[in-house]
Design a protein around this ligand. Structure first.
Ligand SMILES: *[C@@H]1O[C@H](CO)[C@@H](O)[C@H](O)[C@H]1NC(C)=O
Ligand SMILES: *[C@@H]1O[C@H](CO)[C@@H](O)[C@H](O)[C@H]1NC(C)=O
Ligand SMILES: *[C@@H]1O[C@H](CO)[C@@H](O)[C@H](O)[C@H]1NC(C)=O
Ligand SMILES: *[C@@H]1O[C@H](CO)[C@@H](O)[C@H](O)[C@H]1NC(C)=O
Ligand SMILES: CC(=O)N[C@H]1CO[C@H](CO)[C@@H](O)[C@@H]1O
Length: 777
């Protein structure tokens, strides 16, 4: 062992010079030469830099091997290590600073005694990250060659048998990730029925590795399409990244407490946005409400049933020809619409409206025309607007990197929602922002020209083609951006990258391409919408809900889990999805479509879901146009369950609001898995149907069809039944709670917790704020 660095052993070089890579299970990768350290390694107290060069003949598996790379390692704080491997010429795409600002060296946090230890071998180059106090290895790339090509990047870490991995959303799979034969694909996509073992609407390439010895996190800051594979060989478990580009930009977070990892991750991707108080109220939405009268009836019926309704939502039904910013003059006439929203406000209720980024391609549509004038839209290679199909028919899409896009979007939002003359909405909902393109194959317009309109001829501004060559970090030239040779397992037909979305070969205004920035589209749509709301209401906290997300979207918006179905498995999945976002992805304000989006909700399912949703951050009942109505007042049992659950939610509102505030200040999760509170208790590691609501409540709902009982795990600790105050001794084992009525949900308070409870709930959150507190339990 040779130790580099003058007065420190922080950077250690191990003598692995003769290591050869064992024959890989994947024959394609065998023969790739890996890299070796080239020349001097420069180190000081906090950082290491080195040049790497290809250690043999290029293997050119999926593109061309990049000859020269640059390695930078920084101890950024005691708890965060940054390891970056990029091309020496800095041409390969890197996520724009404007999208995800990196900590600067002037962030003036300097490590004193870093808790992680980075060691490496020179030829082949491999690296290892270990806990400094115990030498426990957390990440180790030895054993598989680093491959860094123009359209394929591969790195593998071996893992000990006993680790528990979580994260890598968005997915609808088990909360604890399977040990092997498991692939997580990062490619944002419209995903009806949220299929399992599939990519969904968002990409969060961060995993949490929990061991009895501590928790750590690993974040690969990359928006590139990728497969992350969990597998096993003769020698043990591994996790590997297979991307279609980008650089290797790793952040290692030491924990060691689970919630500390959440905080350390949030510091990199952005602390969660604080939400307005009312956003924690109960929301009702439905696709298919035919007119304003119907919407008013829903409000009246909630009131008549005595079920608190905080916020009504407008899905695309309100639109004329399904165009943004244009209420239907017949079914949602503007003046009556304004009056309706004003009435909601008088009753301390709220209204949120939908927008889609697909803008109707019609010169007589003012929003389109102004966008065209502002240079706000993506362009095809011939300079015409890039066209696709969305709810509004033939559409164009904003290019969020075009300088004119934000001012145009802000202006449209101001024109439509200025409370003095427009619709005084309280928040905005952006949908279809993956971006979803309804052309069911990628050549839609070549094969079936739209009868509605012809392409708008616009003079080419030149920016859609990259000439001169790309600048720093804009993406390598001369790649196959449409059908790269490495296929990530996108769920579109033939795994096509461009299937159901924007062509990946189109160029953004800043010279980057959709190939590299695809996964950022939803984040940017939400960010543009938040920015617009801040311009419109500089003194109000914006509320934006987005379907598509990327790492850091929690700092911008809330998220729902997309188009699930009214099934018991989806009720269960809503819990694992919530935990992944709230605890691991720095996105506290999330929830499912309560009672399910697709298909008919059966009342007993809806009753259970109404209670589960009341103990999750974003609480909205929503259904598809093809699904029967499922408002809580429609069934007696559901109404009873919802009233009881909403009352409890509202009594606890300040407890949750405080937790949300803490999340926005520190990144500490609002809801988390049981192992966050009992990290040493192995009985908690696999639990995905119970959760901690705030730091003190344990929620254990009934989730089985027809069942009145729940198998519940309580760690060795003292608990109190939230509803009765009865003391319950947890024994570190599963107990069965029987006779859980259809309007009951088991909730336990951890001993030692002090809950600031309102004496009672109220019909709105503003009513709740007038109610006295009691200190419960
Ligand atoms: C260490 O080296 C890096 C890279 O050369 C430099 O940016 C940093 O300021 C140096 N830090 C110290 C403490 O000298
Ligand atoms: C880092 O690891 C190396 C190799 O295992 C070891 O020699 C060194 O003491 C470690 N440094 C720290 C600070 O733990
Ligand atoms: C509201 O309740 C009335 C009376 O029960 C019922 O006739 C009507 O269909 C309900 N409308 C909606 C939209 O729920
Ligand atoms: C993208 O690829 C498609 C399919 O090959 C082609 O029709 C289109 O012209 C390309 N667009 C750009 C901007 O290169
Ligand atoms: C999480 C989950 O259960 N997803 C299911 C959603 O519905 C589709 C279609 O019914 C299934 O294929 C998924 O597995």
């Amino acid at each position: 062992m040779v130790i580099l660095g003058f007065s420190t052993v922080l950077f250690a070089i191990s003598t692995g010079a003769l290591a050869v890579f064992p024959k890989s299970a994947d024959p394609d990768r065998y023969g790739c030469p890996g890299y070796e350290v080239d020349g001097e390694v420069t180190t000081n107290r906090t950082s290491l830099t080195a040049n790497l060069k290809l250690a043999g003949d290029a293997c050119n598996l999926h593109g061309t091997d990049i000859e020269r790379l640059k390695l930078t390692v920084e101890y950024q704080t005691d708890f965060r290590l940054h390891v970056k491997i990029e091309d020496a010429d800095s041409q390969v795409y890197q996520v724009q600073e404007q999208v995800l600002p990196r900590p600067t060296s002037s962030s003036n946090i300097t490590p004193v005694t870093p808790w992680l230890n980075f060691t490496y071998t020179t030829n082949p180059f491999t690296f290892k990250v270990a806990r400094a106090i115990s030498d426990e290895v957390l990440f180790d790339t030895a054993g598989s060659p680093l491959i860094f090509e123009t359209q394929y990047v591969h790195v593998r870490t071996s893992l000990p048998q006993e680790v528990n991995l979580y994260g890598l959303g968005e997915h609808s799979d088990s909360f604890g990730l399977p040990e092997s034969n498991y692939k997580r694909t990062m490619w944002n996509s419209e995903s009806p029925f949220i299929p399992q073992n599939s990519n969904l609407y968002g990409s969060h390439p961060v995993y949490y590795d929990h061991r009895p010895t501590g928790t750590h996190g690993v974040f690969l800051l990359s928006s590139s399409g990728m497969d992350i594979d969990l597998g096993r060989t003769d020698t043990g478990r591994y996790l590997e990244y297979n991307t279609i580009g980008g650089v290797l930009d790793f952040y290692f977070f030491t924990g060691p407490d689970p919630a500390a990892v959440s905080e350390q991750y949030a510091l990199i991707v952005g602390l969660p946005a604080m939400m307005p108080y009312w956003a924690l109220g109960f929301h009702q939405c439905k696709f298919g409400w035919k007119d304003l009268n119907h919407v008013k009836e829903v409000v009246a019926n909630y009131s008549a049933a005595g079920i608190p309704l905080e916020t009504m939502w407008g899905d695309i039904d309100y639109m004329d020809k399904r165009r943004d910013f244009t209420p239907d003059p017949v079914n949602f006439p503007l003046s009556e619409y304004k009056e309706f929203i004003n009435t909601l406000h008088q009753n301390n209720q709220h209204y949120v409206m939908i927008l889609d980024p697909g803008i109707a391609n019609d010169p007589s549509y003012p929003t389109f025309e102004r966008g065209a004038q502002s240079g706000a839209f993506l362009r095809a290679d011939d300079g015409s607007f890039y066209r696709g199909r969305q709810w509004a028919g033939e559409v164009v899409w904003p290019d969020w990197f075009a300088p004119g896009a934000q001012p145009w979007w802000t202006n449209e939002i101001q024109l439509t929602f200025d409370p003095s003359c427009g619709l005084p909405v309280d928040g905005l909902w952006v949908d279809m922002d993956e971006a979803s393109n309804m052309c069911d194959n990628t050549l839609c317009f070549d094969e079936k020209p739209s009868p509605a309109s012809t392409p708008t001829p616009v003079p080419s501004t030149g920016y859609h083609r990259r000439c001169p060559p790309p600048e720093l970090h804009q993406g390598l030239p001369n790649r196959n951006l449409f059908t790269p040779s490495y296929h990530i397992t996108n769920h579109a037909k033939d795994h096509s990258l461009s299937g159901g979305t924007l062509y990946t070969n189109i160029t953004n205004a800043d010279g980057t391409t959709q190939y590299d920035t695809h996964n950022l589209y939803g984040h940017l749509t939400a960010l543009a919408t938040r920015t617009a709301l801040l311009t419109l209401h500089p003194n109000l906290r914006p509320f934006v809900l987005t379907r598509s997300t990327f790492s850091g979207t929690g700092s911008v918006a809330a998220h729902w889990f997309g188009d699930n179905a009214s099934t018991w498995p989806h009720l269960r999945a809503s819990i694992t999805q919530m935990l992944t976002f709230t605890a691991l992805h720095a996105m506290p304000m999330v929830g499912s479509d309560v009672c399910g989006f697709n298909s008919a909700a059966e009342p007993l399912l809806c009753a259970r879901w109404a209670m589960v949703g009341a103990f999750q951050p974003f609480y909205r009942n929503h259904a598809d146009i093809t699904a029967p109505d499922q408002e809580f007042y429609r069934w007696e049992v559901v109404a009873r369950a919802a009233k009881k659950a909403i009352d409890a939610r509202y009594r606890l509102l300040d407890y949750v609001y405080t937790a949300l505030h803490k999340a926005s200040q520190t990144g500490r999760p609002v809801a988390s898995p049981l192992w966050f509170a009992w990290p040493g208790d192995e009985g908690t590691y696999g639990i995905e149907t119970q959760w901690l609501w705030g730091e003190w409540l344990v929620v254990s709902p009934v989730l089985e069809e027809g069942s009145m009982q729940v198998e519940m795990y309580l760690p060795r600790d003292v608990f109190y039944d939230f509803w009765t105050g009865e003391r319950v001794q947890g024994e570190g084992k599963v107990v069965t709670l029987a006779d859980v009525a259809w309007d009951e949900i088991p909730v336990h308070v951890r001993g030692g917790g002090i809950l600031p409870l309102r004496v009672k709930g109220g019909m709105t959150t503003s009513e709740v704020r007038g109610v006295n507190f009691e200190v419960g339990k």
